[in-house]
Design a protein around this ligand. Structure first.
Ligand SMILES: C[S@@+](CC[C@H](N)C(=O)[O-])C[C@H]1O[C@@H](n2cnc3c(N)ncnc32)[C@H](O)[C@@H]1O
Length: 140
């Protein structure tokens, strides 16, 4: 497949996005991205890094959801990136010990303390025992 020109698509990767995506290892196959990145660009990078990777990316933004889904389809990555409307503060529909990696950049700061407690408890439940979570709460 032709290499994606992210500049042409208007993607600007911040240092923390680059860092988060670079932390993924080949063994990180199942990835959860609550609060998908703008146009799904970070998730697209994650998918391109590893053809076997499966990414579930969620949002509450219905307009962003449609736009992002279209871009992902255009890139031929719908089989690797599933975009869903889903609230991270609600009980998660994923099995225990399911994900290898959770990429939670610029989402947890929206939550109340109670929501945050619930969400982190769910992260712990759905992450594999050696799973890792990347959290960013300040724009960098
Ligand atoms: C700052 S934006 C993008 C964050 C993205 N991870 C990034 O790195 O650029 C925040 C995103 O989080 C989503 N969001 C906010 N609260 C949410 C919640 N409770 N559950 C799921 N998504 C949420 C918004 O819809 C938006 O897509």
């Amino acid at each position: 497949m032709q290499e994606i020109d992210f500049n042409k698509l208007g993607a600007k990767f911040s240092p923390s996005e680059k860092k988060g995506v670079s932390l993924l290892e080949d063994t990180d196959v199942l990835v959860f991205c609550p609060g998908i990145s703008t146009c799904g660009f970070a998730e697209i990078k994650m998918a391109l890094q590893n053809k076997n990777r499966q990414i579930i990316a969620t949002t509450l933004d219905t307009k962003g959801f449609e736009k992002t889904k279209k871009i992902i389809e255009q890139q031929g990555l719908s089989d690797q990136i599933r975009v869903k409307i889903e609230d991270v503060t609600k009980p998660m529909a994923y099995n225990d010990n399911y994900f290898d990696f959770i990429y939670a950049r610029l989402i947890l700061h929206y939550l109340t303390k109670q929501e945050l407690d619930r969400t982190l408890t769910e992260f712990y439940r759905v992450l594999k025992p050696n799973g890792r979570v990347f959290i960013v709460v300040t724009q960098l």
